[in-house]
Ligand binder design. Structure first.
Ligand code: HEM
Length: 482
């Protein structure tokens, strides 16, 4: 009888688990990160930085790559710059394959769909439509100055003492994204009423980065059983519908502009793209253009609130400029060397996109001529570890030291380009698929610092302990003595 129960119940289950969790035999011989590591967030208070430090740093620095369980499969995570450069350069061999390919049934795939960031096949089509709206030669700083002043007003209105900034930073980031890319005024910052499209973002982040579903997206298939997954799909659909409706109303009311939303709507209405492609690209613009800025600004508040010498040195530079240019243009703000070095160093020490595994080998390949990659294997990168590797960035790699970038803006820009091409500085990725919003993101942070530092000083609350979230954002408390 016992044998029968074992044979009918346990044996199939055991065989299933062996099949599901086995590492393909064709994988190269590399260190393996234990499968429980991505789940640590469930029972420990460890931040992502501590997890990287404890489990990833030593094997990655010694071998240049590791085998890791990610989003329901074993994948290869790379940190050796020459291998990364090979991966980024050969985008037709290591092709982009986001969750819409990896786990098309999942909650995250419902959210992002097929879009300009994760698509291989349709990338050229999407880029031809959206690029002019994402990469303007010169961005007008008027709206950035106004939004940054508004964030400052809201923070100051909270009074002196300990305050938490993350919620207001998210609202600011959503409003800035809306105004500069979608021609939508969300006006969530300082609004006593809830702006649903903004407030949904916190729910979306919590739903997506739940360690158990992030690690095992196959569980999303059981939404009929798991109410949190049912809720997840509902939230993603609500976001999709609200953004679509709001954008279409705006498009009907206004004439064409150089905004991404107008360009996408035009392509949709003239049938160059489908309604789904329109919706997916609207959503990714909304997400990527606010989320990364939000994380970077959180890191900035923390870092400059602990390195007060850096805070006052940038302030001196900014105050001097503001006497001549109280509302600087992009060209003027870009002339400040210390500000430039602070922004580049923030992106090095706190890359908002700290890790991504979203490429798949189309053929059997040999990465950098050294590492065999079987066909169909997912490969990715970890910017946090590349940027903090002492063999790459020197003995002080883990310190925040803006001076390392040089003393003139030209010198800094040259180093920025050089390190990006070499695969040693990848906050925006590199080569053909590098970030199209990079220019705007740098400007956005510079203008925010220009406004903030001219009006407030802050220190990090001594009670606060820095912890990077799964997507790399420190959330914290600080005090703002005006
Ligand atoms: C601090 C802010 C930002 C950071 C750190 C950042 C980072 C990145 C990274 C790492 C990638 C490559 C993703 C991958 O390999 O799959 C990327 C791609 C992209 N980013 Fe950003 N991003 C930022 C802001 C923005 C903004 C403001 C926009 C404007 C909408 C934007 C639009 C894009 C687009 C369209 C791509 C896809 C490029 C392509 O594949 O051709 N990003 N970004």
């Amino acid at each position: 009888m016992a044998l029968l129960i074992f044979g009918t119940l346990f044996l199939p289950a055991c065989l299933f688990f062996i099949w599901y969790f086995h590492i393909p035999r064709t994988f190269p011989s590399l260190p393996i990160i234990p499968i429980y590591v991505p789940l640590l967030g469930l029972w420990s208070s460890m931040g992502q930085d501590e997890i990287y430090e404890r489990w990833f740093r030593a094997p990655l620095e010694a071998h240049g790559a590791v085998i890791v369980w990610h989003a329901g499969r074993w994948s290869i995570l790379v940190s050796r710059p020459e291998w990364l450069t090979d991966m980024f350069r050969n985008e037709n061999l290591y092709v982009k394959a986001g969750s819409q390919v990896k786990n098309p049934h999942s909650v995250i795939a419902t959210l992002v769909g097929d879009n300009i960031i994760n698509s291989h096949q349709n990338w050229k089509l999407y880029t031809s439509i959206m690029k002019p709206g994402l990469q303007k030669k010169v961005f007008d700083t008027t709206s950035l100055l106004r939004q940054s002043n508004k964030l400052d007003d809201v923070l100051i209105s909270k009074g002196k003492g300990s305050i938490q900034v993350n919620d207001d930073v998210q609202k600011w980031a959503v409003d800035v994204m809306g105004e500069n890319f979608l021609a939508l005024d969300f006006e969530s910052l300082g609004n006593p009423n809830v702006v649903r499209l903004e407030s949904l973002q916190s729910t979306i982040k919590a739903t997506l980065f739940n360690p158990i579903y992030f690690t095992f997206p196959d569980l999303d298939r059981f939404s009929w059983l798991l109410s949190s997954r049912k809720h997840g799909y509902r939230i993603m659909r609500e976001f999709d519908d609200r953004l679509y409706t709001r954008t279409m109303e705006m498009v009907r009311r206004t004439s064409k502009s150089d905004m991404v939303s107008h360009m996408l709507a035009d392509a949709y209405l003239t049938k160059k793209i489908t309604e789904k492609q329109f919706r997916d690209n609207l959503k990714i613009t909304f997400l990527t253009a606010h989320e990364n800025a939000q994380q970077l600004v959180n890191s900035m508040f923390w870092q400059l609130g602990t390195k007060l010498d850096v805070q006052s040195r940038v302030r001196d530079e900014i105050v001097q400029l503001s006497r001549v240019h109280p509302a600087p243009s992009q060209e003027i703000i870009n002339t400040l060397p210390y500000l430039t070095s602070v922004v580049l160093e923030l992106l090095r020490v706190f890359p908002p996109v700290s890790q991504l595994i979203n490429r798949v080998a189309m053929q059997p390949a040999v990465l950098g001529g050294d590492l065999p990659i079987p066909k169909g294997t997912f490969v990715g990168w970890n910017a946090w570890l590349v940027h903090s590797n002492t063999a790459i960035w020197g003995a002080d790699a883990r310190e925040f030291r803006p001076e390392r970038w040089g003393s003139t803006v030209e010198e800094m820009q040259a180093r920025f380009r050089r390190e990006t091409v070499r695969g040693t500085y990848i906050p925006f990725n590199a080569h053909r698929r590098k970030c199209l919003g990079q220019g705007f993101a740098l400007l956005q942070l510079k203008i925010l610092l220009f406004v903030l530092l001219g009006r407030v000083r802050w220190v990090v609350d001594p009670e606060y302990r820095l912890k990077l979230t799964p997507v790399g954002a420190p959330c914290f408390i600080l005090s703002v003595p005006c």
